[in-house]
Design a protein around this ligand. Structure first.
Ligand SMILES: O=C(O)[C@@H](CO)OP(=O)(O)O
Length: 200
């Protein structure tokens, strides 16, 4: 094996994304726009080969993956569901309006909760906590597939994917502050065997 492909996709727009509310572990479905975004993402990756797909336990990611599978004709591709890929928990902030929380606590604090590496929202997970469940799962269950030359699709969430790309791209806590992941914009990684071995 010389190299293999990994594609990461954040779910389509959810009802809470539309309403500008913190979502986290709330199991909120995608909107009509979210479904359209999933179809568009599918058309962008349709010519790829995918051998196995991974997703979270949350409906917005699973639903996005189902649409991608339908559009691409990948209904037979095995799907592995694991809560390790769930969005970060936003604890007490879940369901709350992001603008109202910003008014109450200030932009700086909300920015730290949303984008810093190690500041956890009350009762929730920091990105570091999320990283500490996503990366062991990636190493244990996804990396072996890539090492066997399987082409892998992961459909997950803004912050579980930020944790993963921090690992894949060796980003520092300062660098990850700046990274945003858009809904349904596929991220492609062409991984050499050498690089995969170093991720072990
Ligand atoms: O609310 C959430 O769960 C996430 C993703 O939608 O929001 P944020 O971009 O603020 O981390």
């Amino acid at each position: 094996m010389e190299h293999t492909n990994l594609i990461l996709i954040r779910h389509g727009q959810s009802e809470y994304n539309l309403e500008n509310r913190f979502t986290g572990w709330q199991d909120i479905d995608i909107t009509k726009t979210g479904k359209q975004e999933a179809r568009k993402a599918a058309l962008e990756i349709k010519d790829q080969r995918i051998d196995i797909a991974f997703t979270s336990k949350l409906i917005r990611a699973q639903h996005t993956l189902q649409i991608i599978q339908e559009v691409c004709g990948w209904q037979d591709v095995p799907v592995v569901i694991n809560k390790a890929l769930n969005e970060r928990s936003y604890g007490a902030l879940e369901g709350k309006d992001k603008a109202e929380i910003t008014k109450e606590f200030g932009e700086k604090q909300v920015w730290l909760w949303r984008r810093s590496f190690d500041v956890a929202p009350p009762g929730g997970e920091s990105l570091k906590d999320t990283y500490n469940r996503v990366i062991p799962y990636f190493k244990q269950s996804i990396l072996p597939c890539l090492l066997q030359s399987q082409e892998v699709l992961i459909v997950a969430h803004g912050n579980s994917l930020r944790a993963l790309l921090m690992f894949l791209e060796s980003l520092s806590p300062a660098q990850i502050l700046q990274r945003e992941i858009e809904t349904c914009v596929p991220l492609f990684y062409d991984l050499s065997e050498d690089r995969l071995q170093r991720l072990k």
